[in-house]
Write a protein that binds this ligand. Structure first.
Ligand SMILES: C[S@@+](CC[C@H](N)C(=O)[O-])C[C@H]1O[C@@H](n2cnc3c(N)ncnc32)[C@H](O)[C@@H]1O
Length: 177
């Protein structure tokens, strides 16, 4: 069960046209108010990037957030979501248990079980084209292979099977309205 703890105040930083706002993404009224205070122009092409954030929210809360973005922003809206993948298997269970021992709960893991779930959540929210890229595909095919080889040398990756196992459990979702 997701705890109902909420924080009422978040810090913001405004410097000319640059705005950093803090908000609980489950509290859409506050988020909308803050975006409006920044005079954000929802009619121009906008990209949203989330790295392991939606997975912390319940499926309902992330669905509401994605729907809010899809409705408020113009047709040229894109979302890049990097998070867990194939989350129904033993690998993820171990990760989940380790995190839970530290008091960290991944309330939205069920949305990370498969490509179909990710596609469905973005389509339900109003996004039209949704692509899911397994991180192994990104690493082995989509990244410049010279760059991938350079990175492997820096990190002295000798246990490649472990890396491939880890990469199989993360994905990038690219959704366009
Ligand atoms: C694993 S960290 C990812 C870090 C992040 N990619 C970054 O660059 O800072 C998870 C992040 O999700 C954020 N998060 C989780 N639930 C949230 C919520 N309801 N509203 C806003 N942020 C949330 C946490 O504050 C944390 O920064």
């Amino acid at each position: 069960m997701e705890k109902k703890t909420t924080i009422q105040q978040h810090s913001d930083l405004h410097a000319g046209n640059y705005h950093l706002i803090g908000a609980d993404l489950r509290q859409l009224k506050e988020l909308e108010q803050k975006l409006e205070q920044c005079q954000i122009d929802a009619t121009i092409p906008t990209i949203f990037i989330a790295e392991c954030v939606l997975v912390y929210m319940s499926a309902d809360a992330s669905a509401n957030l994605l729907e809010f973005f899809a409705q408020k922003f113009s047709a040229a809206t894109e979302f890049l979501n990097y998070e867990q993948f194939r989350a129904a298997d033993a690998f993820t269970k171990v990760m989940e248990q380790n995190l839970e021992q530290r008091g960290i709960h991944l309330h939205g893991l069920q949305m990370c079980e498969s490509e179909e779930k990710q596609v469905e959540r973005f389509k339900n929210a109003g996004f039209k084209n949704v692509q899911v890229y397994d991180m192994n595909r990104v690493f082995k095919e989509l990244l410049d292979q010279k760059e991938a080889a350079r990175i492997q040398k820096i990190d002295f990756l000798d246990e490649m099977e472990l890396l491939y196992q880890l990469l199989a459990h993360y994905c990038i979702v690219h959704a366009e309205k």
